[in-house]
Design a protein. Structure first.
Length: 326
């Protein structure tokens, strides 16, 4: 067990470890969790984008927040706050794609034998953020306390964005969740989306674009040429498992269902032909979330799923990921 600092592409990366787990954290950009590595197989279960972590000092060329986010997106696991998805104008300023927290630098200090605390203050919205990340045995736990510094009520979207990739992710994997309802995104109009937009159904069977049922417990193959965006709702238990029986490895994720009552389900299996993936992405993400859809905070306010902070209010929640042999 321990905490050490290693260098990746010029970035200081904090590595937390137990006997069976290594977790790499990037304080300088979002406090991203770059890797959750199962040491018995030397296997990172999280996805790495085709470009991965870019060299420190690289300047995004994008003239919009979506492009800037993706150019800086290494894969892994992010905290998204106070916006999710589409940029939105809120109180006189644009809250960018997926919010400010995942693009901000964080300060950190070691606060346990295998734990750190990260802190930052946002600029575009009046929040002070604190994250505690600890590793014990096969689990990594992220506890966040966010405080509204303003004298007025503040609407937010708050979510976690862990994305899983190969070699852990393959067509033998199975996804089980505590959700009772699946709702495909109503506006996800892409050439290879195989789900009928906006048609809710009982989990795990979604309505396909051709009217046939699609079993979302089954993970598509890397060359399936499809992409999906849907929302998991009405959880009996705020949790899911993703199991690879070939590797004999399971990932179990659980969270605070009171503040994060839904989850976004995103899948890419060589579906997007153009930018940004050019059919190079094979990824599945199940993202505990306060709000939906992924159309930005304005829509979340309109549909009543925005998470509000009263003046001076603090909210705390925990997301836990545990790896185990099966």
């Amino acid at each position: 067990m321990g905490v050490e600092v290693v260098e990746q592409r010029g970035w200081p990366v904090v590595r937390l470890s137990s006997d069976v787990l290594e977790v790499d954290v990037l304080p300088g950009k979002g406090g991203d969790i770059l890797a959750v590595r199962w040491r018995p197989l030397d296997l990172n279960v999280l996805w790495t984008t085709p470009w991965g972590l870019r060299e420190r000092g690289s300047v995004p060329n994008g003239g919009d927040s979506l492009t800037a986010f993706l150019e800086s997106y290494p894969g892994g696991w992010q905290t998204l706050f106070p916006n999710g998805g589409t940029p939105v104008i809120e109180q006189g300023v644009e809250l960018g794609f997926h919010g400010e927290a995942s693009m901000s630098p964080w300060q950190w200090e070691q606060t346990g034998p295998s734990g750190i605390t990260l802190t930052t203050d946002l600029v575009r919205s009046p929040f002070s953020l604190r994250r505690e990340i600890t590793v014990a045995a096969g689990a990594v736990e992220v506890t966040e306390t966010f405080r509204n510094l303003a004298r007025t009520d503040q609407p937010t979207m708050w979510s976690h964005h862990p994305a899983f990739g190969a070699p852990f992710l393959d067509a033998t994997c199975r996804l089980e969740t505590g959700a009772r309802t699946v709702l495909p995104d109503a506006d996800y109009d892409t050439p290879h989306n195989d789900l009928a937009s906006g048609q809710a159904s009982p989990w795990p069977m979604a309505v396909g674009i051709d009217g046939a049922e699609v079993d979302l417990r089954l993970v598509p193959a890397p060359d399936a040429v499809l992409d999906r965006m849907a929302y998991l709702l009405d959880f009996t238990e705020p949790s899911y498992t993703l199991t690879n029986p070939t590797l004999g490895l399971q990932v179990a994720v659980s969270w605070d269902g009171e503040q994060l009552p839904s989850a976004w389900l995103w899948t890419e299996a060589a579906g997007t032909q153009g930018w940004p993936w050019h059919q190079r992405a094979y990824v599945l993400a199940v993202e505990p979330a306060s709000s939906y859809p992924g159309s930005g905070l304005g829509v979340a306010k309109d549909n009543g799923t925005a998470l509000w902070f009263a003046p001076g209010q603090e909210r705390t929640l925990t997301v836990r990921m545990e790896l185990s042999a099966t």
